[in-house]
Design a binder for this molecule. Structure first.
Ligand code: B1M
Length: 213
């Protein structure tokens, strides 16, 4: 890993909120690409933070501070990640995190990449009931409903959302795509989601192919 990217990685782990923006600027100015900063710096750092939380080395406040540090860095690399913006609207997506789940970094990243790829994205934030997802999807005439969950305990809300969509008679019209660390293709198949994506880049590809099919 290049030194500057390692420094960015460590700054997220050590939640250096006040210094991260300058370091990311420096990396970009020195020609480091945004994808590498994202994957090898930021996402890798959050995995370390998660492991440290699991082993009791850090607690919620530190985990939150790392998340805030990552968000500052993400804003800095956003223009680069979205550099291929296409003017035409490729489709309408409603995206959010499920009820009782407040993790939003991965979901924000997916939303950011979708915007960058030319989709009209309506991000409804965290802690969304099935009703929230569905009323927004109806309001904006969405073709895609993107649902994120980071906890094994909140994953069942994905199934409930798919079921609610069926009850509303919208299941055929609106494609559901799910993602988040505990989610898998197998789970997506089980609950009747049309798509699963392991990361933000795959999410964009998957949504494009769902709309083409
Ligand atoms: Co939480 N947390 N957390 N946490 N947290 C995890 C998820 C955990 C794995 C940590 C651990 O124990 N090792 C664990 C879950 C265990 C489990 O359920 N199996 C956990 C826990 C237990 C908790 C609490 C319950 C802790 C507590 O209170 N006792 C609590 C729950 C709060 C709640 O939601 N009700 C909690 C709280 C928090 C913070 C608030 C402190 C903070 C979140 C801040 C925020 O998001 N604004 C936090 C954080 C930061 C994490 C870790 C460390 C990092 C998550 C992250 O942002 N990753 C996380 C450990 C880990 O994941 N390594 C952990 C970076 C992000 C880019 O990746 O979100 O996976 P990710 O998104 C990826 C893909 O998953 C995918 O694309 C993204 C980009 O590649 N993706 C999609 C995501 N959504 C998608 C949607 C799609 C497609 C792809 O289509 C729609």
């Amino acid at each position: 890993m290049a030194d500057l990217i390692k420094e960015i990685h460590d700054m997220v782990v050590e939640y250096k909120k006040d210094a991260i923006a300058e370091k990311v600027d420096q990396a970009l100015n020195e020609g480091k690409d945004a994808e590498s900063i994202l994957n090898n710096g930021l996402i890798a750092a959050m995995d370390v933070v998660g492991e440290k939380y699991s082993t009791g080395e850090v607690f919620i406040p530190e985990m939150l501070a790392s998340a805030k540090t990552m968000k500052i860095a993400l804003e800095k690399i956003k223009p680069q990640l979205q550099k291929d913006v296409v003017a035409s609207n490729k489709g309408v997506v409603v995206i959010g995190t499920v009820k009782d789940d407040i993790h939003d970094i991965g979901k924000n990243l997916v939303a950011m990449m979708l915007e960058g790829a030319g989709f009209e994205v309506h991000d409804i934030g965290i802690d969304n009931s099935p009703e929230n997802f569905i009323s927004k999807a109806k309001e904006v005439n969405a073709q895609i409903l993107g649902i994120s969950a980071l906890l094994t305990t909140t994953m069942p809300m994905m199934k409930e959302t798919v079921e609610a969509l069926k009850d509303e008679g919208l299941y055929e019209k609106i494609h559901v795509i799910v993602g988040g660390a505990p989610v898998s293709q197998q789970y997506a198949d089980e609950i009747g989601a049309r798509g699963y994506a392991a990361d933000a880049v795959v999410a964009v590809e998957k949504i494009k192919s769902l709309l083409d099919s």
